[in-house]
Ligand binder design. Structure first.
Ligand SMILES: Cc1cc2nc3c(=O)[nH]c(=O)nc-3n(C[C@H](O)[C@H](O)[C@H](O)COP(=O)(O)OP(=O)(O)OC[C@H]3O[C@@H](n4cnc5c(N)ncnc54)[C@H](O)[C@@H]3O)c2cc1C
Length: 435
C-alpha cells in the first residue's frame, strides 16, 4: 500500500516534481493496483483469451478511470495529462502487471503524434491532428473500451526503424497518394495492442530513396478492408499486452489522416522519445513489486536459524534493490518533469534530450533482470513458483529492456551527446542506401 504520509514517500516523490493533483492520481492508481491487479496477478498470464480477467480490468482502468483519453487534448474531452502524471501511473500499474500497464501506455502512445501536432504551431501538423481528432477522439472519450497502437516495427527491421540515423530508409510499408486517398501496402510486426486496436498510427515511407522527405505517418482505423493480422505472439510473460503482425493490402484512408515529409519525421522522433520516462517508470514499478514480495517473504521465512532478511548476504541484495529503485525513481521523475517543461529544457527530439531519455531508460530497464534474478535466490524454490508472485516479475523484467530499440541503441543515442557516433545501417560493410 502506498503511504503518502511517510517521510520515505516524501523523499521519493519530492514536491519539486510531483504536485498535489498528480499525487491524488498516483493514489488512485496505487489503490487500483492493490485492489484489482494484485489479487489476480498470478493468474493473468493464464488468461489466454483475455475474457476472464484481463479485459474486465482493462475496462475499469481505461474506461472507468478514463485512461484511454489521457493523451487526448482537453479541447476534445481528453485528459491531456502531463508526463509526470503518466509516469506515476505506469509505475503503480507496472508494480502489479507490466502487460496491463503496457496496454494502457500504448493507447496513450497512439495518441501522442496528434497530441504533439495539435499543441504545436506548424499549421500542416495542426490540420492533420484536427482531422484525426475530429474523426476518432469522440470514440475514445465515450464509455466503450477503445485501444490505440503505434504500428512501427517490422520483421526485417525494428531497431533500424527506430534508429534516427537511418532517416526512415529501412521502413518497408509503402504509402502512396491516389487522388484524395492514401493507399498502404506492407507488413508490420510486434506492436503492442496490434490486433485489438481500434486505431493505428502507421509508420510508412512513400519512397525509401528519399528518406525523411518521403516519411509518412498515417492513422488507420480498424476494422477496415485490407487490414488483417497474424496470431498473437506467445511470450515469456506479459500476456495482458497483445503483440502480432498487421498486414496492409491496398488499404485506403482519406488523405487528411496522413502527414508526410520533415514535419511528420519531427513528430515521429518526438513520439519515439515520449516513452522514455514512462517505460523507465514501468521498470521501477516492476522492481518495486518484486522488492515488496521479497521483503515480505524474507521477513517470515526462517533459514539458518533466523529470518532470511536478517542474514547480511540477503540484506545486501535487498539494500541494492532499494538503492536502484530510489535512483531509478528520481531519474524518471526528473526526466518526466523536464519533458513537461520543453520551454526550459528543449524539444524531446533534440540530441541532448534523446541522450538523456535513453540514458535514464537503459539504466532503469537494464538493471532490472540481474537484480530480480539475484533476489530469486533469497526465496529458494518458492521464488520460482507462480502462486508466490515473484517469478512473474522475473519474466516481466526480461522484456522491459528489449523494447524501444533495446539497451544497445540506447547507449548509442547517449553517446551522440558527446561525439558523432555513426551507428546507421548504411555504409561500407553495411547496407547500401536504397537507390
Ligand atoms: C513486448 C513488446 C512490445 C512492443 N511494442 C511495440 C509497439 O508498440 N510498437 C512497435 O512498433 N514495436 C513494438 N515492439 C517492437 C520493439 O520496439 C522492437 O522489438 C525493438 O525495437 C527491438 O527490435 P527487434 O526485436 O526486431 O530487434 P533487432 O532490431 O533485430 O535488434 C537486435 C539487437 O541489435 C541491436 N542493435 C540495433 N541497432 C544496432 C546497431 N545499429 N548496431 C549494433 N546493434 C544494434 C539492438 O539493440 C538489439 O540488441 C515491441 C516489442 C516487444 C517485445
Amino acid at each position: 500500500m502506498l503511504d503518502q504520509t511517510s517521510q520515505w514517500y516524501k523523499l521519493q516523490y519530492p514536491e519539486c516534481f510531483v504536485n498535489e493533483e498528480q499525487r491524488m492520481m498516483q493514489k488512485v492508481f496505487a489503490d487500483f493496483t492493490d485492489r484489482e491487479i494484485m489479487p489476480v496477478r498470478d493468474k493473468l498470464d493464464d488468461d489466454v483469451t483475455h475474457e476472464e480477467i484481463i479485459t474486465p480490468i482493462l475496462k475499469k482502468l481505461q474506461v472507468d478511470l478514463g485512461c484511454q483519453k489521457n493523451a487526448i487534448p482537453k479541447d476534445y474531452g481528453g485528459n491531456q495529462l502531463p508526463l509526470v502524471a503518466c509516469a506515476l501511473k505506469q509505475e503503480q500499474i507496472g508494480r502489479g502487471d507490466y502487460g496491463i500497464s503496457m496496454h494502457s501506455a500504448c493507447t496513450e502512445w497512439g495518441w501522442v503524434p496528434v497530441m504533439l501536432a495539435y499543441l504545436s504551431p506548424p499549421p500542416t501538423g495542426k490540420a492533420w491532428a484536427k482531422a484525426v481528432l475530429d474523426e476518432f477522439a469522440p470514440r475514445f472519450v465515450g464509455n466503450e473500451l477503445r485501444v490505440a497502437c503505434v504500428n512501427m516495427s517490422e520483421t526485417e527491421s525494428a531497431c533500424d526503424i527506430e534508429n534516427p540515423l537511418n532517416e526512415s530508409r529501412t521502413v518497408g510499408v509503402r504509402a502512396k497518394l491516389e487522388g484524395n486517398e492514401w493507399v498502404i501496402n506492407g507488413n508490420k510486426f510486434w506492436a503492442s495492442n496490434a490486433g485489438i486496436a481500434d486505431l493505428n498510427c502507421v509508420v510508412c515511407n512513400m519512397d525509401p530513396r528519399q528518406g525523411i522527405d518521403a516519411f509518412t505517418l498515417i492513422y488507420v482505423p480498424e476494422p477496415l478492408p485490407g487490414v488483417s493480422h497474424g496470431k498473437f505472439e506467445v511470450k515469456c510473460g506479459m500476456q495482458s499486452d497483445r503483440n502480432t503482425s498487421t498486414y496492409f493490402d491496398n488499404v485506403r484512408v482519406p488523405r487528411e489522416w496522413g502527414i508526410q515529409g520533415p514535419e511528420a519525421w519531427a513528430i515521429f522522433q518526438n513520439t519515439l522519445a515520449a516513452p522514455m520516462p514512462l517505460n523507465s517508470a514501468h521498470a521501477v514499478g516492476i522492481l518495486q513489486g518484486a522488492f515488496d514480495t521479497l521483503l515480505e517473504y524474507t521477513g517470515q521465512r526462517v533459514a539458518g536459524g533466523k529470518p532470511i532478511n536478517q542474514h547480511l548476504s540477503a540484506a545486501a541484495i535487498l539494500g541494492e534493490m532499494a538503492s536502484v529503485i530510489t535512483v531509478g525513481r528520481a531519474a524518471f521523475l526528473e526526466l518526466a518533469h523536464e519533458y513537461d517543461h520543453m520551454d526550459i529544457y528543449g524539444p524531446w527530439d533534440s540530441v541532448s534530450m534523446v541522450a538523456k531519455g535513453h540514458a535514464v531508460h537503459v539504466f532503469t530497464t537494464g538493471k532490472l533482470p540481474e537484480l530480480i534474478l539475484k533476489g530469486m535466490e533469497l526465496m529458494g524454490s518458492y521464488g520460482y513458483v507462480r502462486e508466490n508472485h515473484y517469478e512473474k516479475y522475473y519474466r516481466d523484467a526480461a522484456v522491459a529492456k528489449l523494447v524501444l530499440g533495446g539497451v544497445q541503441l540506447g547507449y548509442f543515442a547517449t553517446c551522440r551527446q558527446f561525439y558523432d557516433l555513426d551507428y546507421s545501417s548504411f555504409g561500407p560493410g553495411k547496407l547500401q542506401k536504397p537507390a
